[in-house]
Design a protein around this ligand. Structure first.
Ligand code: HPA
Length: 310
């Protein structure tokens, strides 16, 4: 049987053509599997996907009631990228029941999957599962390269909109019959302005407002970093940061009726002429900086405290 090492999914069990009914069944199976491992009556209000390295730390502020390794959950993929723990954690932040995804499965990690519709649906699978468990708020965090010279490594950026350069659209192909999701998804309501305002209020309350920017996130598939000309083009087209994730998740989450918030942690700042190359080591080191971890964690804790009072 053809298997791919980092996944519990056996491609042989999944046809070459995307089948929305099978996918729907997989969502329900994964949600049921997770539910069995959660305390009776625990319904997540929010789900937060914790990207590279230090962002996973935010998960440490969750008062845990359950930890489920991705490798155990049917249909989930184990991350192959260093710094992505690969656990679902469930618990409470400031009294709000949340699910934290510690690490994500990126499009560039899709092992030998030639069908882009299936590949994207594998990337966004955890979003559907969180919604099936009851989550209403989707928060994506990621590490990104800063393109706006006002940013410094370790700063945060509340995403105001995105530019989707390379990803095939996450909603391509047959529709999944789930939550009455519309076929033609408006995209002006993503990155909810009220939630962004709450994030700024949180940053102010913990004395970190100067380190929280607003900006446009450009998504490329990676795994290469940008060329000099890529960076120049992205900046000219209005992007403030660039990364390799988040957009498919946000499109999907909004399509299935969730409020969405996206936050980038600027791990490196790209020069206006696009010439300073970055490396995974530079990105990882920036994310491990204790001051950066503390900043991200304190802003999010405060965000959930304010969210609970809404
Ligand atoms: N480019 C793309 N993705 C990234 C970067 C970058 O400079 N830094 C962290 N993730």
């Amino acid at each position: 049987m053809l298997t791919v090492e980092n996944t519990t999914v056996r491609y042989q069990e999944h046809p070459a053509v995307f089948d929305p009914e099978t996918y729907r069944t997989r969502i329900d199976e994964a949600a049921a599997f997770i539910k069995e491992r959660l305390p009776e009556g625990f319904t997540p209000k929010a789900v937060i996907t914790l990207g590279s390295g230090g962002l996973g730390e935010i998960g440490e502020s969750i008062q845990k009631v359950a930890t489920v390794p991705y490798g155990d959950i049917p249909g989930f993929f184990k991350p192959t990228v260093a710094g992505h723990a690969g656990n679902l954690i469930a618990g409470y932040i400031e009294g709000i029941p949340v699910i934290g995804y510690q690490g994500r499965h990126h499009y560039y990690e899709e092992g030998g999957q030639p069908n882009q519709v299936i590949a994207l649906k594998n990337v966004v699978f955890p979003v559907y599962v969180a919604r099936a468990l009851g989550a209403e708020l989707y928060i994506a965090t990621n590490a990104a390269g800063g393109l706006n010279p006002a940013q410094k490594p370790g700063d945060l950026m509340a995403i105001t909109s995105h530019i989707d350069i390379h990803f095939p659209n996450a909603l391509l192909g047959p529709q999944v019959d789930f939550m009455d999701a519309p076929r033609f998804q408006p995209q002006h309501m993503q990155y909810n302005a009220n939630l962004r305002a709450l994030l700024h209020e949180a940053a102010r309350n913990v004395g970190e407002e100067t380190h929280l920017h607003d900006g446009v996130y450009a998504a490329l598939t990676g795994p290469t970093f940008e060329s000099v000309a890529d960076s120049q083009m992205l900046r000219k087209t209005g992007a403030d940061a660039v990364g390799m994730s988040t957009v498919p998740e946000i499109i999907t989450a909004s399509n299935i009726g969730m409020e969405t918030l996206g936050v980038s942690l600027v791990s490196n700042v790209i020069a206006p002429d696009g010439t300073n190359a970055t490396s995974h080591e530079e990105v990882t080191a920036a994310l491990q900086d204790p001051a950066t971890k503390k900043r991200a964690t304190s802003i999010f804790r405060e965000f959930f405290r304010l969210y609970a009072k809404r």
